[in-house]
Write a protein that binds this ligand. Sequence first.
Ligand SMILES: *Cc1c(COP(=O)(O)O)cnc(C)c1O
Length: 417
Amino acid sequence: MSAFRYENGSLMAEDVSLADIASRFGTPCYVYSRAMLEKAYQAYRDALTAVNRSDALVCYAVKANSNLAILNVFARLGAGFDIVSGGELARVLAAGGDAGKVVFSGVGKKPDEMRAALEAGIFCFNIESASELEHLNRVAGELGKKAPVSFRVNPNVDPKTHPYISTGLKTSKFGIAFDQALPLYRKAASLPHIAIKGIDCHIGSQLLDPAPAGEAAAKLMGLVEALEAEGIKLHHIDVGGGMGIRYRDESVLPTADYLAPLLKALEGRHEQLLFEPGRSLVGNAGLLLTKVEILKHGEERNFAVVDAAMNDLARPALYDAWHDIAPVTPRADDGASYEIVGPICESGDFLGHGRHLTLAEGDLLAIHSAGAYGMAMSSNYNTRPRAAEVMVDGSQVHLVRRRETVAELYALEAPLP
Ligand SMILES: *Cc1c(COP(=O)(O)O)cnc(C)c1O
């Protein structure tokens, strides 16, 4: 059951009313439920324990939502982390995460990011090109270290998701072509400052059909066996993230069922398994609370101008993504169809089209499923201070990021002397 539910005609986050949160912290405001975060993580643990894979490492993909409080909740549960920058490594360490459980993904790691990760003692670098391998060997050599690596291999499986979030196809900038993997492993085995640890793939995001992940795992197994035949033994198999969530009416499998074909493909292998889930751990654990500022009844359409915008939640503008938008305190009378838009000077600044709602100015709306790729993708476009973020834990509310001030937005700038 969701932690976001109506009680006495008002939407709650766990035991706290969203109306109270709005009056205490203002709007727009991201609201996260600790219980929902923990439940989503536990679903992975339970699925893995059920198939005797309790040694598996679930590495939360930090880019989905990198607030320190979110990272801290997962760190306390023993999670690992999948990072894509030196900045994300710094966040993980600041949040109490264990460097020894960090995997470092991404196509363009810079030498100083490699250095920081080597010094912190991360678990593994997920290497995405031959050139990156050479760079890492050099940087590790300078530090007198051996860098643990896996190669991100492109299984060339169609994940059947939005093209912007498909990452495992041949045309993708990510990963290493399947046929180039073996020669690269041989090369890595010959480098003095590289330690081969594993293999890795990540085929895309918001995946609902479990078959592509299973297919990808099966393809990886072929490579693992070919490597073994050459005497290259792996310690782990990292199957990436990508499990989808329900935004609207998508049929979403329980975590254990989604993982079943993948785990089946890896049955009998002794290597440690790694997972890199992002969206499925945080997406439905967060919502964006916003206030209706202006109702505008045009000739063709009704507009509800709210105080959240595409700078706060980019997914509708970016991917034409659909988010449920619900009143915090529903009204009884007949409503109308509204375009839910922000105040930004772009026609693409919408949060929802044609939503049937009964609204008055000053009403609060909850934009659901905003925990993943929401705040993390926010910007200051139109010199808009970013939203506050709070985390609810039972009847407690913690401010986990205060609202920015306008002065902070130009504090790093200077007029000409
Ligand atoms: C984005 C990303 C993830 C997380 O993807 P989700 O769809 O949010 O689960 C995992 N691994 C890598 C390499 C990524 O780039």
